[in-house]
Design a protein around this ligand. Structure first.
Ligand code: ZN
Length: 246
């Protein structure tokens, strides 16, 4: 099975369409989305529609939870919070109903999907180093687990008998064989707002027959998204950061 993994789309149709086109070229059988379809970006409703049309396996992200009023947004920065309020005004009732139906964790062997971490999914903690990866891996009972949230891609490979012997791959693009490992945790980075100083859209691709996992990148029309952000009256900083990948 070839799995295409989308993370943190954040209302960016241009980035999402570029990634979906690239994954179709890769010949995927299944799309997975690791949460945060909305927030920050200018086309939240259309992004939900596309993710639904793809028949994706999807979990709930913290921005998705915030627009449903399921999360206290006081720890969000002012720009993220402004975007949440704007996003609420843009979503249709059927978009909200769809988001309301998303679980925090989807376990569908051979993989599990969660936005933050498996040890405390409702806290939306970040997997940003081997420390959190190890904690999450202790709760992972499928060979593969896909996460997002940090917008910085990374892959962690281990075996359940010796989790501490962790192999870490932290590149903006990488392809690895996971043969010989029975626990693989992949932070797929962000489609719509990468923060690893590579402004290209990030996504994950796994071939379970070949036992290959990869983080891939694709260019998209950043300027078009920036124009939409400004036209929507969203904070300018949300447009500017896209060209820098921060
Ligand atoms: Zn996010």
């Amino acid at each position: 099975m070839r799995i295409g993994i989308l993370g943190d789309i954040h209302g960016s149709v241009e980035a999402l369409e570029a990634v979906v086109a690239a994954l179709r070229d890769d010949g995927v059988d299944l799309f997975v989305q690791v949460g945060d379809i909305v927030g920050y970006g200018p086309q939240p409703s259309r992004c939900i529609e596309i993710v639904r049309e793809l028949g994706s396996v999807v979990c709930l992200g913290n921005h998705d939870a915030a627009v449903l009023n399921l999360l206290d947004t006081s720890y969000f920065n002012q720009f993220a919070r402004a975007a949440i309020e704007w996003t609420k005004s843009q979503l249709r009732e059927e978009d909200l109903a769809y988001l309301r139906g998303l679980p925090l964790v989807v376990r569908q062997p051979p993989f599990t999907v969660v936005h933050g971490t498996l040890h405390m999914p409702e806290q939306f903690g970040y997997v940003i180093s081997p420390v959190e990866a190890l904690e999450s891996l202790q709760h992972q009972d499928t060979p593969l687990c896909f996460v997002g949230h940090s917008h910085v891609p990374a892959m962690y490979l281990a075996n359940k008998g010796s989790l501490r012997d962790l192999r870490v791959v932290m590149n903006s693009e990488a392809e690895i064989s996971y043969r010989g490992y029975d626990r693989v945790l992949i932070n797929v980075g962000s489609v719509g707002q990468p923060r690893d100083e590579d402004p290209r859209a990030a996504y994950g691709f796994v071939d379970t027959d070949e036992q290959i996992a990869s983080i891939r990148r694709v260019e998209y029309d950043i300027a078009a998204v920036q124009r939409r952000i400004l036209a929507a009256g969203l904070p300018e900083v949300l447009a500017n950061r896209l060209s820098l990948g921060v």
